[in-house]
Design a protein around this ligand. Structure first.
Ligand SMILES: Cc1cc2nc3c(=O)[nH]c(=O)nc-3n(C[C@H](O)[C@H](O)[C@H](O)COP(=O)(O)OP(=O)(O)OC[C@H]3O[C@@H](n4cnc5c(N)ncnc54)[C@H](O)[C@@H]3O)c2cc1C
Length: 351
């Protein structure tokens, strides 16, 4: 029998990809099982990293720690895979009322915010979209090419015979004192990176998943040009060539992960107040964000079965949370380093 793997990973979305990379860096042996579900959040995400969010313009949770790690990880992956992954981009945020404008101005004077807020500048082609506002703020954001990263990393795993393209069936997992068996695989630990499907995982379904569906359009807009991101009625982000990502709605308790008539109506209504240049719909996509009631990631070992581990709950911010928490989970599993208490699943005792 071949020696046991250190880890078996279930899922190769953004979470599984970043975790694989950290395990590879640490010299651990692993194999990934992924079903390639079409509704995976990572396949639909815009990959936007936005340091200031919410109606009250607050700093994204932990953003000053997340940014250096995401820069390190994505730049290293760019070199390893020979592709572009991380793009620094301005994010223009429309301000709709005088109150919003005042709040924004007071942020610009606040200590510790200067690296996130940029001086206001010409809107470029966005000028033709943004109307009836009290101006706009400009942020130092970024965009991660999530789908391209996952595709390239998947090919690397396939080339190295480390990926099995199939659905994992929990009924066939056999827990043993020294680890686990799953079909021909023998591993010390298994890490579930299943995205929203984690809510159906028999060992981790007790965690307070609160998944949220999102629908988006990919549009071709020939008479338009911007490499920046706009937050105005919808988020609008470049996708290369003349293509733009526009989204998204937030639908709680979704019945499925498919594009819907309701999602289309929502997007078309917003669009009718935005674009006054010709465009062509290239795609209408939907996926489900693996969100959690307390909006924090889910990391750690199962309380009763330490060979079962979860890496999930990246919610609507996988591009920024993923690199930091993948590194942290590997430091925890291989070196016994503590997890961030707000991300550790120990905060949700099993009832
Ligand atoms: C519309 C939309 C827009 C978004 N925009 C942004 C954004 O701009 N910025 C940002 O940071 N985040 C964004 N997100 C969130 C981001 O996409 C997620 O945080 C991230 O992709 C989650 O990655 P994941 O790997 O946990 O899950 P997923 O991407 O869902 O991946 C899970 C993987 O596990 C596999 N899998 C699941 N169960 C099994 C099984 N039993 N057997 C085998 N394989 C299995 C699936 O096939 C899939 O490949 C957005 C999400 C949506 C839906």
């Amino acid at each position: 029998m071949p020696p046991a793997l250190d880890f078996l990973l279930i899922g190769q979305g953004l979470a599984g990809t970043l975790l694989s990379y950290e395990l590879e860096r640490a010299g651990a042996t692993f194999h990934v099982i992924d079903a390639g579900h079409r509704g995976a959040a990572s396949a639909v995400a815009a990959g936007i990293v936005n340091p200031i969010t919410g109606a009250r313009f607050v700093k994204s949770w932990l953003i000053d720690e997340l940014l250096p790690q995401l820069e390190t990880t994505y730049r290293a992956l760019e070199r390893e895979l020979g592709i572009d992954i991380l793009h620094q981009r301005s994010i223009y945020r429309a301000l709709f009322t005088a109150g919003e404008e005042n709040d924004w101005l007071s942020r610009t004077a606040q200590e510790g915010w200067s690296q996130h807020l940029l001086p206001s500048s010409d809107l470029g082609d966005f000028q033709a979209i943004v109307q009836d506002t009290h101006g706009q703020g400009r942020l130092a954001g970024a965009q991660v090419k999530v789908a391209a990263l996952i595709r390239a990393y998947r090919q690397r795993l396939l080339d190295r015979q480390q990926l099995h393209e199939a659905a994992f069936d929990p009924q066939h997992l056999e827990l043993r004192a020294d680890g686990l068996r799953y079909g021909a695989f023998h591993a010390r630990q298994i890490v579930f990176c299943e995205g929203y499907r984690g809510q159906d995982n028999p060992w981790f379904s007790y965690l307070p998943f609160q998944v949220v569906k999102g629908e988006v359009f990919i549009l071709e807009i020939p008479d338009f040009r911007s490499d920046d991101i706009l937050k105005y009625r919808l988020l609008m982000a470049p996708q290369g060539a003349d293509h733009y990502w526009l989204g998204a709605n937030y639908e709680r308790r979704p019945a499925d992960d498919q594009p819907s008539a309701r999602g289309r109506t929502f997007l078309e209504d917003k669009l009718s107040h935005m674009l006054r240049v010709p465009y062509r719909e290239v795609a209408h996509r939907a996926a489900i964000r693996p969100a959690v009631a307390d909006r924090r990631p889910l990391l750690g070992r199962h309380p009763d079965h330490p060979q079962l581990v979860i890496f999930n709950g990246l919610g609507a911010k996988g591009s920024s949370l993923g690199p930091y928490f993948a590194r942290q989970l590997v430091d925890h599993l291989l070196r016994g380093q503590p997890l961030h208490p707000a991300a550790d699943i120990a905060r949700h005792p099993q009832k």
